[in-house]
Design a binder for this molecule. Structure first.
Ligand code: NAP
Length: 265
């Protein structure tokens, strides 16, 4: 018996085998979950379907999370074909490349709207759409980043979107707790993915991270997958509204060690 035996998880945000959502899918499959996947557009179908099949995920449906009609159609299918689900993973974000370089104050009105819509509002919209199909005891999880709390070079409007997303987690947790539904976020350290490649200077930030984080390493999609397993299983039945760090401890450091972390005893 795995930790997620008899549970069905619907996962948004697998683009390829580097995606954080894929790390989560692998951990869930290992613990016996039945997996269903949704992806953004037809271009991705070719990549997502074989991955889904490799973890026995037969249910793979498109949904552009900025379109209410897509979300409604998706959950109608969920009701017809999957029945009740236990877990929803939201690992989706987007901002225009030109909003992720240079100063934050250059963010355009449309760029701001798009980043907040895809990266923040979509979580609320998916939660609402899924409610009739969620089994009591169920769990929602989204992905965030430290740039929600502190200014990180070039993260810009995405940091603002993540701050709003983290606030959404708390409001949704308050709304849904009485129905025995939990809502949490994982704040992951930098991981090399398609989305991360859009942030100017990401390579440098990723490279420097392992010199500064207490564990002296980067985190992997498997680290995030295992933490997601805890948060979405009954092990975390008493946990909701949390932002849980999977960042090798980076967030607890106030001032980096002089000399770039090379410790002399
Ligand atoms: P990723 O593999 O590129 O995943 C991002 C996903 O969002 C892709 O599947 C993408 O699909 C999807 N998406 C974008 N717009 C969408 C839309 N309108 N409708 C539906 N799906 C859409 O990158 P990732 O790093 O794993 O990102 C997953 C989550 O982790 C994001 O919320 C990200 O901000 C967060 N996160 C990442 C890091 C990091 O360093 N990588 C750190 C902390 C948090 P398309 O490819 O088709 O656009």
């Amino acid at each position: 018996m795995g930790l997620l035996s008899n549970k069905t998880a619907l996962i948004f945000g697998v683009a390829n085998d580097h995606s954080i959502a894929w790390g989560i899918a692998k951990a869930f499959a290992r613990e016996g979950a039945q997996l269903a996947f949704s992806y953004a557009g037809e271009a991705l179908a070719k990549r997502v379907r074989p991955l889904a099949e490799s973890v026995s995920g037969k249910w793979v449906e498109p949904c552009d999370v900025t379109r209410d009609e897509d979300i409604a159609a998706l959950f109608e299918k969920v009701g017809q074909e999957l029945g009740l689900i236990d877990i929803l993973i939201h690992a989706v974000a987007f901002a225009n490349r030109d909003e992720l370089s240079g100063p934050y104050y250059n963010t355009s009105r449309e760029g701001f709207r798009l980043a907040l819509d895809v990266s923040c509002y979509s979580f609320t919209a998916l939660v609402r759409g899924s409610l009739p199909h969620m089994r009591p005891g169920g769990s929602y999880l989204t992905l965030t980043y430290y740039g929600a709390e502190k200014a990180v070079p070039h993260y810009n409007v995405m940091g603002v979107a993540k701050a709003a997303l983290e606030a959404s987690v708390r409001y949704l947790a308050a709304d849904l707790g009485p129905q025995n539904l939990r809502v949490n976020a994982i704040s992951a350290g930098p991981i090399r993915t398609l989305a991360a490649a859009g942030v100017a200077g990401f390579k440098g930030l990723y490279g420097e991270f392992k010199n500064l984080a207490p564990l002296r390493r980067n985190v992997t999609i498997d680290d995030v997958g295992n933490a997601a397993l805890y948060l979405c299983s009954d092990l975390a039945a008493g946990v909701t509204g949390e932002v849980h760090y999977v960042d090798a401890g980076y967030n607890v450091i106030g001032v980096p060690e002089p000399g770039g972390g090379e410790r002399k005893e």
